[in-house]
Design a protein around this ligand. Structure first.
Ligand SMILES: NC(=O)C1=CN([C@@H]2O[C@H](COP(=O)(O)OP(=O)(O)OC[C@H]3O[C@@H](n4cnc5c(N)ncnc54)[C@H](O)[C@@H]3O)[C@@H](O)[C@H]2O)C=CC1
Ligand SMILES: O=C(CO)COP(=O)(O)O
Length: 321
């Protein structure tokens, strides 16, 4: 069965479905029936302005139609929604390769997506697709390179061939933990970098935060079993560079608004907010020093403001790099 199903009809799920449907049979599934009907009728998704949904792409709200005949399922829902989706659709997803495309850590279980999949559907095989890519770029067919992680090298190679396109270049790894933590933690550092610019502290300070934030990403990921080279690749450093420097990123923009003291955007997915809190908890549990993560957790929980957390970072004792 070469049919690919994409679960989650937001910006990213739709973009992946558009990109893959040029060469594959793809069905896009979502939970919001009226929104899906509108998408099918108008061949567009308001979250991806000016992108036309190809006629060959099937759009449905019926899980049976989407998943029963699918050989592979891409899970493109926000991290805090993944557990619920797996619980609801477990019977239809059992035994299949499930490719986690979301970037975050579950706030309740402190699990990344691969552990969430293993726990909810033991017969499924988790993969992680992650790296620097704005949904709008993928949907427009701009060149993109991502990491595909799969524990089984042979299955990883098969899925790499299935999911790559002439403009979507996939690199393989067997390091699921490293790939998913790079994608999750870069959102936290992106909020910090946005807050730094929004607060008027300048681009030099942002470069410092990006670099010291990256050191924290490595510290936490390595403590949780990631390989160092994964963090240095597309899923870690690559995605951090994109997200922490572009106001195309919702996480970076969230930080900008916090820094400027502006109202936050409503109904926008900002994965780094919950993930900062989850990562801070993991860090405390493991006895790790994660000052940038703690600062972002304090900001998003409303426990502090940008000037205070920056002062606290600067006042830390001087140390070796
Ligand atoms: N937008 C982007 O540029 C990229 C997004 N991602 C990741 O993809 C994930 C999804 O993000 P977006 O699509 O951008 O967000 P979005 O806010 O555009 O869409 C989220 C979608 O998930 C759906 N959803 C939420 N809970 C659900 C559930 N229980 N069952 C079914 N559907 C559910 C919502 O109805 C909505 O359609 C996030 O983890 C994000 O970090 C990754 C790379 C790029
Ligand atoms: O993950 C992304 C780019 O790789 C998208 O970033 P945002 O979720 O911050 O928009």
């Amino acid at each position: 069965m070469s049919r690919i199903a994409v679960a989650g009809a937001g910006a990213f799920g739709t973009a992946l479905a558009v990109a893959l449907s040029a060469t594959r049979e793809v069905v896009l599934w979502g939970r919001d029936a009226p929104a899906l009907e509108r998408m099918a009728r108008e061949r567009g998704n308001p979250r991806l302005p000016n992108v036309i949904l190809p006629d060959l792409l099937t759009i449905t709200g019926d899980p049976d139609e989407a998943f029963a005949r699918a050989g592979t399922v891409l899970l493109a829902v926000p991290a805090q929604a993944l557990r619920g989706l797996l619980a609801e659709q477990g019977a239809l997803l059992a035994g299949k390769p499930l490719v986690a495309c979301g970037k975050g850590i579950d706030l309740e279980t402190l699990h990344g997506p691969s552990a969430a999949i293993r726990q909810a559907i033991p017969s499924a095989r988790p993969l992680v697709l992650t790296g620097p890519s704005f949904a709008a770029d993928i949907a427009r067919g701009l060149p993109t390179a991502l990491t595909l992680a799969c524990a089984d090298p042979a299955e990883g190679e098969r899925l790499q061939a299935l999911l790559a396109t002439p403009v979507l270049r996939l690199y393989r790894t067997t390091d699921l933990v490293g790939a998913e933590l790079g994608g999750a933690l870069k959102n936290v550092v992106a909020i910090a970098c946005g807050a730094c610019i929004g607060g008027g502290f300048g681009e030099s300070a942002r470069a410092a935060l990006l670099t010291r934030g990256f050191a924290e990403m490595q510290r936490l990921a390595l403590a949780l079993g990631a390989l160092p080279e994964t963090l240095m690749g597309l899923s870690g450093l690559g995605d951090l560079v994109l997200t922490a420097t572009s106001d195309g990123s919702r996480n970076y923009r969230h930080g900008l608004h916090l820094g400027r003291g502006e109202a936050l955007e409503e109904r926008v997915t900002v994965e780094g907010a919950a993930t900062a809190r989850a990562a801070a908890r993991l860090g405390r549990r493991l006895g790790l020093d994660l000052p940038v993560t703690e600062a972002v957790a304090a900001l998003v929980e409303g426990r502090s403001d940008v000037a205070t957390v920056l002062r606290r970072l600067l006042d830390r004792p001087l140390r070796a790099e």
